[in-house]
Design a protein around this ligand. Sequence first.
Ligand SMILES: Cc1cc2nc3c(=O)[nH]c(=O)nc-3n(C[C@H](O)[C@H](O)[C@H](O)COP(=O)(O)OP(=O)(O)OC[C@H]3O[C@@H](n4cnc5c(N)ncnc54)[C@H](O)[C@@H]3O)c2cc1C
Ligand code: FES
Ligand code: FES
Length: 488
Amino acid sequence: MVSARITVNGKETPIAPDAPHTTVLDFLRERGLTGTKEGCAEGECGACSVLVARPGVNKPTDWVAVNACLVPAAALDGQEVVTAEGLATPGADGTPATLHPVQEEMAVRGGSQCGYCTPGFICSMASEYYRPDRCSHDASEAGEADAEHGPNGFDLHSLSGNLCRCTGYRPIRDAAYAVGEPAEDDPLAQRREQAAPEPVATSYTQGDSTFLRPATLEEAVQILRDRPEAVLVAGSTDYGVEVNIRSRRDTCVVAIDRLPELRELRVESEYLEIGAAVTLTEIERRLDGTVPLLAELFPQFASRLIRNSATLGGNLGTGSPIGDSPPVLLALDASLVLASADGERVVPLADYFTGYRQSVRRPDELIRAVRIPTPLSQVTAFHKIAKRRFDDISSVAVAFAVDIEGGIVRKARIGLGGIAATPIRSLATEAALEGKPWTQETVDAAARVLRGEGTPMSDHRASSLYRSAMLGTSLKKLYAQTTEAVSS
Ligand SMILES: Cc1cc2nc3c(=O)[nH]c(=O)nc-3n(C[C@H](O)[C@H](O)[C@H](O)COP(=O)(O)OP(=O)(O)OC[C@H]3O[C@@H](n4cnc5c(N)ncnc54)[C@H](O)[C@@H]3O)c2cc1C
Ligand code: FES
Ligand code: FES
């Protein structure tokens, strides 16, 4: 059997003797690639960002930036990684290396002072530099450049997971907006034309702990049946924090993020099915705004770095009452497809959560997919109330999906997060809206009902009074936003 290994900057590197929980960050640094830094070890700062070759959305391969501090090295068995060191071209016969265009721009525009955050910025920037649909024209002339997009089509949000404490962001933005198109002979640009590495079935054991990557869903659910101690991991953006900050150690970790059965995105006549292991970035780019409520959710969900790995299965799998996808999926009337060795069952999300981080999912089941019924409601909105506009956890999250015909609310679905032990549907408010005219009077009355929903608590993020107040305000905001758009 071929031992687990990662191709790092073009060189195959065995993972042994590292432990199965060793992160990509530690794996790289222990092998001398110390450009990859540890700032926070919990996905917040991006100092550890590296590039991974992943199946592309518009080309066979995308160079995707991920947080190396969160991903176990064993999860990248058989995969290709490029670090900041691997982006420069080494000089021949002792001559200096040629900087990558992104590195060059950061250097000449003063984008780096202490330099601690710089390799992470470079990798996130390089990922955006190689995004195939970034720019094939002058975005200023096309009217597409704005406060968050450069004239070269560079999306500043690609850096939303990277923090710099000393340079200031202006020079970094200048560098990002100055990069051009990759040259034709650029090896990483050329690499996009070939398929990404296939997932490799992995069984990696050190001591009493094992990292398994089954090749099929059938194998995965069999492991869940045979080994009750098995723990699932997908993008590892939650799990990696548990490992680093809470020293979580499991004897059997089962990676499901590359299972083909969990990676499909299918449009059926009555529903849209999104595989539980499709990353949020992939969903965002593949749906391209066709589900407006999801399109509104994604930019408010963590950072691009996190979304590049995070999945819907993982967001629902945590059972967290403050996860951002459950309110949205509740408003969309979504169901979950749960798979086990006995077969599949479909559970409405509204019936899924049973208590704090509890659900009807049995230990031998995994979430295979999320189903969203179609057609979609016309009026939708997602309001995330948090302390920061981006990359923050919700204090309260409210998602609306409302059908209005002839000025009357025919159907209302409202999903709430952060105001009870589980994400909940706002049934009383839905009833206060349905069958009523979509007027200020109806909305004011329903907003009073919405304020009373759930059992919000006070914590360091918000008081219970504030949370309740935000609920009512949120419905009024929806009304203000939509009255012009809806014809009676
Ligand atoms: C810096 C940072 C910012 C964040 N910001 C947000 C935010 O704004 N909003 C938000 O909602 N979350 C946020 N998160 C949390 C996290 O990114 C999400 O919950 C994400 O969707 C988890 O997906 P994952 O694939 O990485 O899950 P993992 O970490 O791989 O798994 C999480 C849990 O789900 C289980 N699981 C995974 N897949 C499945 C499946 N298919 N079936 C059953 N169980 C499964 C795992 O066993 C594990 O218990 C943030 C995290 C970090 C580190
Ligand atoms: S070290 Fe901060 S995000 Fe990884
Ligand atoms: S250059 Fe010092 S933290 Fe960014």
